[in-house]
Design a binder for this molecule. Structure first.
Ligand SMILES: CCCCCCCC/C=C\CCCCCCCC(=O)OC(CO)CO
Length: 302
């Protein structure tokens, strides 16, 4: 935590004044404070992950940028949700509540990876006025056309592809998800199991429900992005085995003002494989597209 210079904070929101059960407490990491000349960067992690996934990237972003990485409902230290409530719609709407509470409702750059990238895309489709720009890292593309073998396996119930339960499964998942060599992999696996095994059943349930309810509707949920006019950056690893890299063109064809960056030698865990490059791409994208946004209505997508 200290290396990225972030502070951990909690924010409790009453969704309903009469009902204590409808109180949620968000946990998030923050560095810096709101700056009227620059958008705040808000980072959304992937499935079964948490805010820490972004520290490798935030470390490489200049301190002049206000950064927030939040634990999504059902993940990390954010509390007040049952599995059934962790749906795409709820994640999007609760992210809106969180941003409202922090007064971050007009000038942010929303950045998400994997499932978090999907949440960012759906958020921008539903609440375009909240964001100045978005950046999605390998979000889940819709439909069979983009389905990888890994997605097929998970969809048919082999959850340990994403949620390993044994050391062997952990090494297989790591091999599939990252191109970086794992040093001290047994130690890493032990660290992983220590934090993840207690939440395993909970995450399995969330995954099952997501494939039943949200996955079939992805195309519909993304469709309003066709009218999203803010600059959008799409980042993908060429060696992604979970979310097919062709998905980058699905999103760039859908979003009017979009730009694609593909990293060589990079798997699905982009924040792990290319942290410096990711930070650099985001900062570059912010510099090119902010402030000048009013006079540059050019389509970078053609
Ligand atoms: C849960 C609420 C869903 C809301 C959003 C709908 C997204 C599409 C619906 C179904 C697919 C489920 C997820 C499939 C893979 C995610 C990979 C991922 O996030 O990888 C992590 C590491 O696990 C990377 O950090």
């Amino acid at each position: 935590m200290r290396r990225a210079g972030v502070k951990k904070r909690f924010l409790t929101i009453n969704k309903n004044d009469d009902d204590e059960d409808e109180r949620i407490t968000f946990c998030y990491c923050e560095r810096g404070s709101k700056d009227s000349h620059k958008p705040t960067l808000v980072f959304i992690h992937g499935f079964s992950s948490d805010k820490h996934t972004w520290l490798t990237v935030i470390k490489n972003i200049p301190h002049s940028f206000h950064c927030i990485a939040v634990d999504m409902p059902g993940h990390g230290e954010t509390t007040g949700f049952s599995e059934e409530q962790v749906t795409a719609d709820n994640l999007v709407d609760n992210l809106k509540l969180f941003l409202d509470e922090l007064n971050l409702n007009e000038s942010i750059c929303l950045v998400g990876t994997s499932m978090g990238g999907s949440v960012v895309a759906m958020f921008a489709a539903k609440y375009p006025s909240y964001v100045k720009m978005i950046c999605v890292l390998a979000p889940v593309p819709p439909g069979e056309e983009y389905e990888t073998e890994m997605i097929q396996q998970i969809r048919s119930g082999t959850y340990n592809v994403l949620l390993p339960e044994t050391h062997e499964q952990f090494y297989a998942t790591a091999d599939a998800m990252t191109t970086k060599k794992l040093y001290l992999r047994r130690l890493l696996a032990n660290g992983y199991f220590k934090t993840r095994l207690p939440t395993l059943d909970h995450h399995k349930k969330i995954l099952q429900l997501a494939f039943e309810n949200d996955y079939p509707n992805l195309e519909q949920s993304y469709s309003q992005l066709k009218d999203f006019t803010c600059p959008s950056l799409i980042i993908w690893g060429r060696k992604d085995q979970l979310c097919a890299v062709e998905g980058a063109y699905y999103f760039s064809n859908l979003i009017p003002k979009s730009e694609v960056i593909l990293f060589d030698d990079c798997g699905h865990l982009i924040t792990n494989d290319k942290p410096k490059e990711t930070a650099k791409s985001i900062v570059q994208f912010l510099k090119e597209n902010h402030s000048s946004e009013e006079d540059s209505k050019t389509d970078t997508n053609s």
